[in-house]
Design a protein around this ligand. Structure first.
Ligand SMILES: [Zn+2]
Ligand SMILES: [Zn+2]
Length: 190
């Protein structure tokens, strides 16, 4: 089985650190994880110890390959999926046999946030919709920060977080609204 990325070497059996057995390329360092191997590992492991992937952004591996690949198991073209959740590289997935191609260091970058054990979610429409929503919220925040200035935006974020997490958040918000509207009305008076 030839490496789908560098096409220079054949893939050899390898074990991923805290992961399933896979097939690795000694040339480019990429790994192919067949679907059956991933699921056997996930089932043996139990899926309850994965930490939340909300934070812990990981560094972008420098070897993220960008060309389309042919699935080494079934010969279909693999599809590139953005991972999101603080991870800035894409992973290649065969939508036909569900195998996954990871470039050098990508597996290790997924482990700290527990994304390695949730990799199968990345290829679902639900995950991708959430990722796109999160990214568009980030872009909107960036635009607002630019518009308001960093200091005002930081203060707004702080106040918003405080109100949102307060047990009486509705009361706080109602008070703020009433007070601000009152201030507006007074300002309009001749
Ligand atoms: Zn290779
Ligand atoms: Zn395939």
């Amino acid at each position: 089985m030839r490496c789908p990325s560098c096409k220079q070497r054949t893939l050899d059996p390898t074990e991923l650190a805290s992961g399933p057995s896979a097939l690795g390329c000694g040339g480019c360092g990429g790994v192919w994880i067949p679907s059956r191997s991933y699921w056997a590992w996930l089932e043996a492991r139990g899926d309850d110890e994965a930490p939340d992937a909300g934070d812990a952004p990981t560094a972008r591996p420098t070897d993220d390959s960008e060309h389309a690949k042919i699935c080494p198991d079934c010969g279909h073209l693999t599809i590139r999926y953005e991972v999101g959740a603080g991870v800035s590289f894409v992973v290649d997935h065969c939508d036909h046999c569900n195998g996954v191609w990871l470039d050098r260091r990508e597996w290790d970058a997924l482990v700290p946030a527990g994304l390695h054990a949730r990799l199968h979610h990345v290829f679902t429409s639900g995950w991708q919709a959430r990722r796109r929503r999160a990214e568009s919220e980030e872009r909107a925040d960036a635009r607002l920060a630019e518009d308001l200035g960093a200091e005002t935006f930081a203060e707004l974020e702080r106040v918003t977080a405080w109100i949102s997490s307060h047990p009486r958040s509705r009361t706080l918000l109602a008070h703020i609204r009433a007070s601000v509207e009152q201030t507006f009305r007074e300002a309009r008076r001749p």
